[in-house]
Write a protein that binds this ligand. Structure first.
Ligand code: AKG
Ligand code: FE2
Length: 240
């Protein structure tokens, strides 16, 4: 992989969606990994994510800024999630952002550091151009850890109330990242290989596209990083 003759090229995967290979230099990857290890420690550390049907996700997760997870009651009106179509406080689907790790140890979520907002703004400018950088600061990170068997089903990132681009940074093992369309979980989609240090940004007409991780390639992390598995950070503007 590292011995490829030509560097991998950046690509527009769809209008509003861009892949920038090797965006993070090795030193920044090491620093980001060290920060992720700190964030993954309790309280409000890495947890197994519950799904609405009573199952669990295979990727484990820690959040910064606000906690993302399944809720049983609307944080705004207190009524059962599927029973509040008129309430502006919660999306119809039973995921929401809350200030504490409600489906974990219940501790307050760790703060989103200002330097991650700077990283996100640089990422959007590099990937999509300065005009795509939002006015509001990035204030949420979802950090997913994948072991060799973990994956993530096709979904949309839809609990935010802002349409700012989502910034995705990958560390460790490479994976197949499937980037689809806004209408269905199925084709048409494009499979992109995301490797350690890669940036992927999706905003504008691609902000609501379905996407997922059908496969991680175990043992493909760069040896100098010291990570067995894959970490992905998505940086978002909550609008909340
Ligand atoms: O792991 C990835 O590359 C994607 C993660 C993702 O889609 C999410 O956290 O919503
Ligand atoms: Fe996502």
């Amino acid at each position: 992989m590292d011995a490829e003759l030509f560097p991998r090229e950046r690509a527009r995967i769809a209008p509003g969606a861009a892949h920038v290979p090797d965006w993070l230099p090795a030193g920044r990857q090491r620093e980001l990994l060290a920060a992720c290890r700190d964030w993954a420690r309790p309280p409000a550390g890495l947890r197994t994510v519950r799904t609405p049907g009573g199952g669990t996700m295979t990727a484990r997760q820690v959040c910064l800024g606000l906690h993302w997870g399944v809720v049983r009651a609307c944080p705004a009106c207190g009524r059962p999630v599927r029973d509040n179509p008129g309430c502006p406080g919660l999306h119809q689907y039973p995921y929401a952002y809350t200030p504490t790790a409600a489906d974990g140890d219940g501790a307050p979520v760790k703060p989103f550091p200002g330097w991650l907002d700077e990283v996100a703004r640089r990422a959007v400018a590099d990937a999509l151009g300065a005009e795509a950088v939002p006015g509001a600061p990035y204030d949420i990170a979802l950090i997913n850890f994948y072991d060799g068997a973990a994956r993530m089903g096709m979904h949309r990132d839809s609990e935010e109330r802002a349409d700012a681009p989502v910034v995705s940074l990958s560390l460790g093992d490479s994976c197949v990242f499937r980037f689809g369309n806004t209408g269905t979980r199925t084709r048409p989609y494009t499979d992109v290989e995301l490797r350690s240090g890669d940036l992927f940004v999706f905003g504008g007409p691609a902000r609501a596209a379905y996407h997922g991780v059908p496969r991680v390639h175990p043992g493909t992390a760069p040896p100098w990083l010291g990570l067995a598995g894959r970490l992905n950070l998505t940086l978002r503007v909550s609008g909340l």
